[in-house]
Design a protein around this ligand. Structure first.
Ligand code: NAD
Length: 291
């Protein structure tokens, strides 16, 4: 069993981005500038946004954090987005999800200029992705594709089962792995909460991408020998023996499934660290896409 080391690869990608930034600066250009909008004081969201901003510094990007109150109206939030759309200094920006209940998430994502939508959630960018056109690919699936490429994992003609059909992970990764190209050309089956006899599919899978958010859902008896496991799940499980009071668990029972797998991503340290690296990559790409 080989561990797919997302931490190592994400650091490598950040180093590559830093080199690109240095050469932009050496040519007299401006460093990429990423902005992040956060609404409210949700602890987990603040942590995620904080690490995105810190990572910008690491690679030499400029960054702006826009903190807005929990009770901001939908219209005022849209005004903020229009300001960012029109701000020539900002190359790309994200709106940290989830948003408070009184705000329609889809409406907000639709207000973002697709040329600055480095999360790749705007329907224009999602559509381009589905048509195999150059665009911003959502960071988590983009990170998975990068791991498959860099570990030279054969995907062409393989049976891939994606567990989960969310807009941010399951659906896009199923499209990407099914598309023509490196890390693609796979025969993809998407299973979800309504799937009957899910094991039937996972047992026949050469590659499993699990993105459902139920800790240790995928067990040894559900997979075949030599399977490649990409575990996207991140769930906090209460554990009073830990200082933080919880441990992070993936969707896959790592100890038992790992024994049968040819490759496996650990949690933490697998797909997770790739997400920020690929957001930075999209921000760098926005410089070239928008020229
Ligand atoms: P989601 O809640 O939007 O979707 C979950 C999906 O799982 C749904 O499509 C649902 O049909 C499916 N599902 C639920 N129960 C099921 C069952 N019993 N059998 C089969 N399918 C079932 O989730 P999401 O936003 O895609 O996130 C999934 C997991 O990935 C979460 O743990 C999340 O924290 C994690 N995540 C990690 C990253 C990262 O950076 N590594 C990024 C995004 C999400």
């Amino acid at each position: 069993m080989k561990i797919i080391d997302g931490k190592k690869i994400s650091n490598l990608i950040k180093e590559e981005i830093k080199k690109e930034v240095d050469s932009i600066l050496a040519r007299g250009g401006k460093a990429p500038h990423l902005a992040a909008v956060i609404v409210g004081e949700d602890g987990a969201s603040l942590t995620y946004v904080g690490s995105k901003v810190r990572s910008c510094k690491q690679v030499g990007f400029n960054s702006t954090l826009i903190k807005l109150p929990e009770n901001i109206s939908e219209n005022l939030l849209i005004d903020e987005i229009y300001k960012l759309n029109n701000d020539k200094l900002i190359d790309g920006f994200i709106v940290q999800l989830p948003l408070p209940n009184h705000i329609d998430e889809q409406k907000i994502l639709m207000a973002i200029d697709p040329n600055k939508d480095v999360d790749g959630f705007h329907p224009t960018n999602f559509g381009k992705m589905a048509l195999n056109m150059k665009t911003f690919i959502p960071a988590t699936p983009f990170g998975i594709m990068e791991l498959l490429k860099r570990y030279n994992i054969e995907t062409s003609g393989k049976n891939t089962v994606v567990i989960g059909r969310s807009h941010i992970v399951g659906r896009p990764i199923s499209i990407l792995m099914n598309s023509k190209g490196i890390a693609g050309d796979s025969t993809v089956t998407v299973v979800h909460s309504r799937t009957k006899n899910l094991e039937h599919y996972t047992k026949n899978a050469d590659i499993i991408v699990s993105a459902l958010g139920i800790p240790e859902f995928v067990k040894e008896n559900m997979v075949k020998d030599g399977v490649v496991i990409i575990d996207v799940g991140i769930t906090r499980v209460k554990d009073n023996s830990k200082e933080k009071g919880y441990v992070i668990k993936g969707d896959v029972d790592f100890d038992s499934v790992g024994k049968k797998a040819s490759y496996i991503t650990p949690v933490p340290g697998g797909v997770g660290p790739m997400t920020i690296a690929m957001l930075l990559k999209n921000t760098l790409l926005s410089k070239t896409y928008n020229k």
